[in-house]
Design a protein around this ligand. Structure first.
Ligand code: IPE
Ligand code: IPE
Ligand code: MG
Ligand code: MG
Ligand code: MG
Length: 295
């Protein structure tokens, strides 16, 4: 197995085990709510954000035990964002991670609450993480809440994304949406790993540059795949962006120019890695994985 594939399956196993500890079992009341959380969380998913926390943390010498709860917490926030993103009042999707969306399976009200509780479980898990100091926990909570929230984080980007449906938008406006709705949490994942590993401010800045380019590239690729791949491959309904008149790179500048910009971002991200002292092999491989991904 190539090194990166082995790393990703290791991340998946350890993060899923920690998630299983953080989320109350499906037998704990309200059972319907915990079933709904588990339905969406353990449906698969690439676990890219946890992989970034761990790859970055390891690069700076952090032990896995110090990284794993933060990695799981960020995956909880990401999954909550997907559950809410799929709601009828947002993107209205029936399929996610190869199975029925949370609201299709459990109803809209439970899906909303499942998203809500994934967010509180995430911050609670970091607050209680005894593998790291209270100061570090506070710093991570601040970092991640900013990335997940507003005025420059994921929720902010989701609002801008909805506002842009069917509207005129500039390339800068679109870049801002993508950096907020997707880039912010991806960036926080890498930076969290670096902070836990005790990286210097200069190193954290380089990690941030790498991850910001990676995050924008990730959403650009998501836009490309929505046009070029089928539903089966994606595990979510293909062709939804055009149908919803979403503001995307392919719709604004075409596929070819989107691919060119994505390639530029790959170069930018790789150059930022060159400014980081420790071994960044895994981070480089994650970059190529995101750039070349097909799902
Ligand atoms: C999907 O994220 C939503 C976007 C930010 C584009 P992922 O493509 O990481 O979804 P999973 O976690 O693998 O299901
Ligand atoms: C979603 O972007 C970004 C999130 C914060 C969830 P999309 O709406 O393009 O994600 P998909 O294509 O539904 O996964
Ligand atoms: Mg969306
Ligand atoms: Mg969507
Ligand atoms: Mg999409």
């Amino acid at each position: 197995m190539p090194e990166i594939a082995a790393f990703l399956s290791e991340v998946k196993a350890s993060v899923d085990a920690r998630l299983d500890e953080i989320v109350p079992s499906a037998e704990v009341p309200p059972t319907r709510l915990h079933e709904a959380v588990r339905w969406s969380l353990f449906a698969g998913g690439k676990r890219l954000r946890p992989a970034l926390v761990i790859a970055c943390g390891r690069a700076f010498g952090a032990e896995d035990e110090k990284l794993i709860t933060t990695a799981a917490a960020i995956e909880l926030i990401h999954t909550y964002s997907l559950v809410h993103d799929d709601l009828p009042s947002m993107d209205d999707d029936d399929l996610r991670r190869g199975r029925a969306t949370c609201h299709k399976k459990f109803g809209e009200a439970t899906a909303i609450l499942a998203g809500d509780v994934m967010q509180t479980l995430a911050f609670g898990a970091i607050a209680r993480d005894e593998a790291i100091s209270p100061e570090l926990r506070l710093r991570l909570i601040e970092l991640i809440s900013e990335a997940a929230g507003t005025p420059t984080g994921m929720v902010s980007g989701q609002q801008l994304d909805l506002d842009a449906e069917g509207a005129e938008i500039t390339i800068n406006g679109l870049e801002n949406i993508h950096r907020q709705k997707t880039g912010a949490l991806i960036t926080a994942s890498a930076v969290a790993g670096a902070i836990i590993g005790g990286a210097s401010d200069v190193e954290i800045a380089a990690v941030e540059d790498y991850a910001q380019a990676l995050g924008l590239l990730f959403q650009m690729t998501d836009d490309i795949l929505d046009v070029t791949q089928g539903t089966e491959m994606l595990g979510k309904t293909a062709g939804k962006d055009a149908a919803a008149e979403k503001a995307t790179y392919p719709s604004l500048i075409g596929l070819e120019e989107t691919r060119r910009l994505a390639d530029e971002l790959r170069t930018t991200a790789a150059a930022a890695l060159g400014r980081i002292g420790p071994d960044t092999t895994l981070l480089k491989e994650l970059l190529h994985l995101v750039a070349d991904r097909k799902s």
